[in-house]
Design a protein around this ligand. Sequence first.
Ligand code: A3P
Length: 280
Amino acid sequence: QSSSLHKFKEILFSTMSSEELLNSLDSFSAREDDVFLVSYPKSGTHWFAKVIENIPNADITLTSPIELGDISKLEELKTYCKRRIIPTHLNYNMLPMDIKQKQCKIIYIIRNPKDTAVSLFHYYRDNPNLPGVETWAAFLELFLRGNVVYGSWFDHVLSWESHKNDKNILFIFYEEMKKDSSKSIKKITSFLDINVSDNEINQIAWKSSFREMKNNAAKENCDPNKTICVLTSNKNLVFRKGAVGDWINYFTSEQKRVFDELFTEKMKHSELARHFEDYS
Ligand code: A3P
């Protein structure tokens, strides 16, 4: 493994998440109105964050991920006065205790795992903060073994799915957002108890469209303190294709077979997994 990753509790993390910080996450004190934006990497975190940022009168601060940085992170998070929107790629088990105790609102974003794998493959290739990878085939093996940053997609989703009946957690799909963004945006605003008009929803959808976000990323300077991604503050690396079903351009039929076999085995009790029947 490259030195850009280290293992913590059997899971690979970026070295930008210090071991000391990971070890002290349980001392994080949550506020009742905190909102956590949770996802496995490459599931659409930047997109959903942009939606939330664009809700009129939301009066929020979007912070950098809770697990990014060193031990000073927990102090930094205390300095925000407004309602905090805190991104994270942590699995359920590693989520700080106080968030669970206070039943803070949590939005969990899910994307079909084949597209997620393809997206993460490109991130491994393009992002200097991730290990290099030679071929798609080699990367796919790492992905299937959970030998990638934040571990196995399957385990991540399953850890969250065991809490799918918790009222404070909203599960939302990348593919649904793509198909009908107004509907997904409405789900998010009503989950956050914020009133928005149809006109405002259209505005939010427009401002968070792929094209708009990609264009803006090219114009913005990268401010390392403003990142919502643990793995880079360079937003130009994020907006690649923004499509559903790009996996078809990468998976051979044998790779698809192996993937589907593992998917069926791992996700046999998963209700969330049924959502992906249309995308494989
Ligand atoms: P691709 O690599 O498939 O293009 P994250 O924000 O969690 O890092 O996820 C990044 C993925 O979400 C990338 O997928 C990126 O293009 C896609 N994405 C980002 N903004 C988007 C948008 N506004 N609409 C659709 N997809 C978007």
